[in-house]
Each structure stands twice: as structure tokens, then as C-alpha cells.
Ligand binder design. Structure first.
Ligand code: LLP
Length: 423
């Protein structure tokens, strides 16, 4: 099937030792179902391939910020890459180590900077001169010294979807390569700042090694220039962006990635760090959904399911392709005549863009369960309440054990913070 952790047994799709039919019965649909063993395997793959090369792996919380997932990764020694005060609070609530946490993002507020300074994070990844001066003033006011790194834009083409490509000059991210040197000097001269590192992030879902190598080499050039200026760095953070297989992509083997880092950074004293999100969690989960109605016709056959773009926005937003599996396999003797078609899997939301998949050859009946695959990253994390739809629940399977790691949202909670005018 998809990985060892999601396999068919007697015609039914299982997550580890639990049938997805049982999860649907117990928790309803739509629901996100994760495999703990799959997460452990992904984490182990990082340790095995990158141990001895990358000193600290900071998981990008934005990919999937569920406390249970953050906690498991924290227990395995992972650090975290956060982009908001909210994500910082999540990391702390999950038992993550602030001293292993880096703070990225182009728009950090003063309040967020204060919270991160109080928590004692590893470093702020600075993305502009303006942000640098606000951080310096904030740290000075609190009597703190802020550890800083600049996110440098190496101007390389990551060859990925334009919405998730970030390393080109025209992107809003990072400081321009040519301006970095002056900014480092400026930062080094400020008493409320301590220059500790340099970082980059060139995009997401990258499946070619060459852009990473090119960007890493450019970063190293700059590190050498800074060294000559008397600015010694403690770490080099090469960001996230490692792609995964949704359909037929060929992901970069982590071993090859590690080898590239060894070659580029051979003999350097700085410790290497990285910020992967997707590669750690994409394959740990499926979105379980039930077919509500079948609407066959010309030119398209619609299977309307109870999950929508509110649960998984990637298809609508990026035309992303996710595999869709029937949870219960129809036997060939079973009468499925008329139902075996190329189905568009669509949700109940009032938008034409509300689809999960197009033209999937499946034998479907109303009431059937489907599993949308490879949704552990940027699935639940990007969900919304559009159309007053409560968010799905999240369930973690561990062998034959099932734990509800986030309850399904209650409809009445959706307007808890709202007020009707008195007159
Ligand atoms: N570090 C920084 C500074 C980032 O901006 C990101 C992701 C990461 C690390 C982690 O990247 P990853 O290893 O997951 O590729 N919502 C999109 C992906 C957006 C990625 C944004 N930045 C999607 O669903 O494809």
C-alpha cells in the first residue's frame, strides 16, 4: 500500500494493527489518523542518515503542531523551528526545549520577541534590517541579549511550486545576499545582540539536490567573508524543504543529502542545523472520510465526501495530488456495476475549488470510507472553519492502541468568542 504502517489486511486498510473501519466507527469522520511507528521511523531515518553531520534537527512546527507529535519529537531530542508566538507556546506546552528552538518568519511582533527572549530560545532567524533594530531595542529594554542569525536569501531556484518556493530574489523571505555582510557588522556592534548563526530556506517539497548544494555553497562563501571580518558563527542552519513522494516524485535520499553537507562543509567548525517539516510527518497520516453521495454524470463523476478543503486545503491551494484509497476493497464478485468510474472526490463546501482529488479510478458506493494519503504535513495544520465546519479529530495509533490526540471541534465552540450587539 503506501508504507509499512498503512497496509491492507483481508481487504481492509489498516493503520498499524487498527482497521480504519474501527476508527470511523469509534471517532466518526472526517478524521486524521496518524501512525506513531511511522513517526518513529521517519525520526530514526533522520538520526541514522544525518547523525554526525547535522548536530540539531529543528522540526518545523508549522507542518503539524499537534502537541502529541511535538512531544514525541521532543523526547527524541529534536529541536523546533517556530514562526509565531503561538507556535512557541505550543512547543513549551508539549515539553519542547526552548534552548533548541529557532524563531523564523518575516513578521515577528514585539510581543512575540519578548516571549521568545523570556523563554530563552536558541536564536532568532532575522529576515530584515527593520526587524533587527526592533529586536535589538526589545532585548535592550528587557536587559537581555538576543541570539541572532540572518536568514540569507541565496537566490537559487528550488524548482518547486511558486507558492512554496522561497529562495529567489523576488520572494519576500530573507535578507539579500549582498546586504548580509553589512547587516552582520551592524548586529555584531549592538550590545543587546549576539551573532550566533546563519540560515537559509529555499523552498519546500524540493526533490533535487543541486539547488541545496548551490545554496549551501553560497552560504559558505558568506560564512568565510564574515570570518575574515572577525565574525565567527556558532552554527549554520540549512533550513527545511526536503520533498516527499505523493505520487511519483523521487525524494532526495537523506544519505545523499548528508553526503552533500559533508562535502560542502568539510573542515568547518560551525555546527550544522536544519529545519525539516514535511519530510518528518507527511507520511505519518491519512485523512479518513466517508462518501456521502455519488453524483455520476457527464462530463464528471462526483463523489461527495464529508471531508473538504477546510480539512485539507492542499489540492485547492496548490493543485496538490494526494493518493486516495478505498478503505474496504470491493471483491470482484461483488456487484459494483455502475460504480466503477473515474471519480472527482469533492467536499461539501460551497466552492468549485473544494476538491480533494480529480479523476480517481475507484469502485464506490455511498457510505464507503476513503483514506486520503500523505496528509501528515500541512493537512490539519492548514485546516479552517469555513462554512462553520468544526475541525476534524486527530487520532494516533500505536500498535493496536488508539489515542485521541485532538477531539473533534464542537460546533458551539465556533462562536464562543463572538458577541451579539446589545442593541
Ligand atoms: N523553515 C522555514 C523557514 C520554512 O518557512 C519552512 C516551510 C520550513 C522550514 C519547513 O519546510 P518543509 O521541510 O516542510 O518543506 N503549506 C505548503 C508548504 C509551506 C512551507 C512553508 N515553509 C504545502 O502544503 O506544501
Amino acid at each position: 500500500m503506501m508504507t509499512n504502517f498503512f497496509q491492507e489486511r483481508n481487504g481492509i486498510l489498516y493503520v498499524e494493527d487498527v482497521a480504519l473501519t474501527d476508527i470511523a466507527e469509534q471517532f466518526g469522520t472526517p478524521s486524521y489518523v496518524y501512525s506513531r511507528a511511522a513517526l518513529m521511523a521517519a525520526a530514526q531515518e533522520f538520526h541514522a542518515a544525518l547523525g554526525g553531520v547535522v548536530d540539531l534537527v529543528c522540526y518545523a512546527v508549522k507542518a503539524n503542531g499537534n502537541l502529541a507529535i511535538l512531544n514525541l519529537l521532543a523526547r527524541l531530542g529534536f529541536g523546533f523551528d517556530i514562526v509565531s508566538g503561538g507556535e512557541l507556546a505550543r512547543v513549551l506546552a508539549a515539553g519542547g526545549d526552548p534552548a533548541k528552538t529557532v524563531f523564523s518568519g518575516v513578521g515577528k511582533t514585539v510581543a512575540e520577541m519578548e516571549a521568545a527572549l523570556q523563554a530563552g530560545i536558541l536564536c532568532f532567524n532575522i529576515e530584515s534590517a527593520a526587524e533587527l533594530s526592533v529586536l535589538a531595542a526589545t532585548a535592550a529594554r528587557l536587559g537581555k541579549v538576543a541570539p541572532v542569525s540572518f536568514r540569507v536569501n541565496p537566490d537559487v531556484d528550488a524548482k518547486t511550486h511558486p507558492y512554496i518556493s522561497t529562495g529567489l530574489k523576488e520572494n519576500k523571505f530573507g535578507v539579500a545576499f549582498d546586504e548580509a555582510r553589512a547587516l552582520y557588522r551592524q548586529a555584531a556592534a549592538l550590545p543587546s545582540l549576539r551573532v550566533v548563526g546563519i540560515d537559509m530556506h529555499i523552498g519546500s517539497q524540493i526533490t533535487e539536490l543541486a539547488p541545496f548544494r548551490e545554496a549551501a555553497e553560497k552560504l559558505l562563501q558568506l560564512v568565510r567573508v564574515l570570518e575574515a571580518d572577525g565574525i565567527a558563527l556558532e552554527h549554520i542552519d540549512i533550513g527545511g524543504g526536503l520533498g516527499v513522494r505523493y505520487r511519483d516524485e523521487q525524494p532526495i535520499p537523506l544519505g545523499a543529502f548528508a553526503q552533500m553537507l559533508r562535502e560542502v562543509f568539510a573542515g568547518r567548525p560551525e555546527r550544522l542545523m536544519m529545519e525539516p517539516g514535511r519530510r518528518l510527518v507527511a507520511h505519518i497520516g491519512v485523512l479518513l472520510t466517508r462518501v456521502l453521495y455519488l453524483k455520476p454524470g457527464a462530463p464528471r463523476n462526483f463523489a461527495i465526501v464529508d471531508a473538504a478543503m477546510t480539512d485539507l486545503v492542499r489540492p485547492a491551494l496548490y493543485e496538490a495530488w494526494h493518493p486516495v484509497f478505498a478503505v474496504t476493497k470491493r471483491s470482484t464478485t461483488e456487484n459494483t456495476s455502475g460504480s466503477e468510474k473515474n471519480w472527482d472526490i469533492v467536499g461539501p463546501v460551497c466552492e468549485s475549488g473544494d476538491f480533494l482529488a480529480h479523476e480517481r479510478p475507484l469502485a464506490l458506493r455511498e457510505g464507503d470510507l476513503l483514506a486520503v494519503g500523505v496528509v501528515g504535513a500541512y493537512g490539519m495544520a492548514m485546516s479552517s472553519n469555513y462554512n462553520a465546519r468544526p475541525r476534524a479529530c486527530e487520532v494516533m495509533v500505536d500498535g493496536s492502541e488508539i489515542t485521541l490526540i485532538r477531539a473533534r471541534e464542537e460546533v458551539k465552540k465556533l462562536w464562543e468568542a463572538e458577541r451579539i450587539l446589545p442593541k
